[in-house]
Design a protein around this ligand. Structure first.
Ligand code: NAD
Length: 475
């Protein structure tokens, strides 16, 4: 899209927001209902687009994208009233009589950049929050998933307010042009490299940015009450989530040496059962990523560590589920985010050593641990830092609306999902109303020590407002 067209798009969005209509509950509900209808009436087309872009089976597409979005949209419709309601807060005695509340207000016109691996989910999940919060929205899907980008471009305007919610298709050039405009917030999902470009462009307009990035998510495998269930879940979180091309996919497993033979045996037998039909695993998004992943295995010491799989089908962009045992820790496969169906297993002497291993590396988006050991669980939560920690499963935390989703440190900042999506795109406005009944002279000069002494007393009863409310003396 040329700059002139983009300028028009941005102006239309601004006009729509300034008209005030996006603020009403009715408008927000209508958009959310429109989104539900879009998903329901075009489910087959969505499956088709996701299959063409990534070879996703429609069951996987429903589980990870369409179904999750229906759940999130319904939840937003159900909770919208609560999210929008002003929140009353206590006022300290020093300000008595007064009332105070936090009133959420939309930010204005916001921009969402999404990524190609869950091209529907990562576009629409933040969109739900942005419209629930009453914003006008520009959505920029990834050019690497063109069918889904087209699906969004063709349908959003048919089901939602087309002047207030717009899809802008294109590549990095369009992304850069978009960032020349002033936005009230940008949510970016993608790589740290592009995140730096986006953040630096946003700084020109002092636009707040939220970054949803990735990294290497470790899985600490201690023991499992039911090994088969644990292995099902590990495979689900590695190979069955877009063939490992997921920001919260398990990147590598840490395990004590004594558990390696049984873990590998059950992994192999389960992989055979799950993927006897190659169509039940997504493909690699494109030839560039296929080559990147092939290169990770090229190093001779890495190639020597492959104990399962490793075959590559460049024509169909398929990589067999591949397991590596102890590849060198300084090799690219152990220093870069894998983002594909290769799983290194790293042995540690004692499982507790995995805490130091994880801490010595950048803060992950997610840490997983399969363990029945409560002390280890507590130590992982208390001693490591990550966007999330999930015990005895992986990836499912993404589906839990009540949990904030987002990174920390190198894995990003800003959290969304459920109410956190609404908050991501809202400003919490502080609103206070005072009465004229009491006027404390001690607030004003001329100063003397008795005023200081009185202030000391009043500040000590900072939350005396609670008592007043309890006695019905405060509204
Ligand atoms: P990317 O960073 O290349 O692209 C992301 C988006 O930015 C796309 O819409 C793209 O068109 C746009 N873009 C590209 N260049 C741009 C530029 N110069 N200016 C403005 N916009 C530009 O995507 P990628 O490298 O394929 O993403 C993979 C990374 O994303 C992985 O690290 C993964 O972990 C991370 N990721 C994170 C999440 C999450 O929710 N935290 C989800 C999916 C992927």
């Amino acid at each position: 899209m040329a700059e002139a067209g983009l300028g028009e798009t941005v102006s239309e969005l601004q006009e729509a927001y300034e008209s005030g209509r996006t603020r009403s509950v009715a408008w927000r509900q209508a958009q959310l209902r429109g989104l539900l209808r879009l998903l329901k009436e075009n489910e087959e087309e969505a499956f088709q687009a996701l299959h063409e872009d990534l070879g996703k089976h429609h069951a996987e597409a429903y589980r990870d994208e369409v179904g999750l979005l229906v759940k999130s949209t319904n939840a937003a419709l159900r909770e919208l009233g609560n999210w929008m309601a002003p929140e009353k807060v206590w006022v300290p005695l020093i300000a008595f009589p007064a009332s105070a509340q936090i009133v959420p207000e939309p930010l204005g016109v916001v921009l969402i950049f999404s990524c190609w691996n869950f091209p529907l989910g990562l576009s629409l999940e933040p969109l739900i929050g942005a419209i629930a919060a009453g914003n006008a929205v520009a959505l920029k899907p990834s050019e690497l998933s063109p069918c889904t980008a087209k699906f969004l471009g063709d349908n959003i305007g048919r089901y939602m307010d087309a002047t207030a919610v717009k899809v802008v298709q294109g590549g990095s050039d369009v992304g850069e042009l978009l960032m020349e405009h002033r936005w009230d917030k940008v949510l970016f999902t993608g790589s740290p490299r592009v995140a730096r470009v986006v953040m630096s462009a946003a700084s020109r307009h002092l636009t707040p940015v939220a970054l949803e990035l990735g990294g290497k998510c470790p899985c600490i495998f201690d023991s499992a009450r039911d090994l088969q269930i644990a292995v099902n879940r590990i495979i689900g979180a590695k190979w069955s989530s877009c063939a490992g091309q997921a920001c919260i996919a398990i990147d590598y497993v840490l395990v004590e040496e004594r558990f390696v033979p049984i873990l590998i045996k059950v992994l192999k037998s389960t992989l055979k059962r799950f993927f006897s039909d190659a169509d039940h695993m997504a493909r690699i998004v494109n030839a560039r990523h296929f080559e990147r992943l092939s290169n990770l295995l090229k190093d001779t010491s890495v190639a020597a560590s492959v104990i399962h799989g490793g075959s590559m089908d460049a024509k169909n962009l398929h990589i067999e589920p591949t397991i590596l045992l102890n590849p060198p820790l300084d090799s690219a496969i152990m220093t870069e985010e894998i983002f594909g169906p290769l799983l290194p297993i790293i042995t540690v002497k004692k499982i507790e050593d995995s805490i130091a291993f994880v801490k010595a590396r950048p803060k992950p988006l997610a840490i997983y641990a399969f363990t029945g050991n409560a002390v280890l669980r507590r130590r992982i939560v208390e001693e490591t830092s990550s966007g999330s920690v999930t015990f005895n499963d992986a990836v499912v935390q993404y589906a839990i609306d009540a949990l904030p989703f987002g990174g920390v440190g190198q894995s990003g900042f800003g959290q969304y999902h459920g109410k956190y999506s609404f908050e991501m795109f809202s400003h919490k406005k502080a609103v206070m109303k005072r009465g004229y009944l009491i006027e404390l002279k001690l607030r004003y000069p001329p100063w003397d020590e008795s005023k200081v002494a009185l202030m000391r007393h009043l500040y000590r009863f900072n939350y005396f407002g609670f008592v007043l409310s309890f006695l019905g003396l405060r509204r």
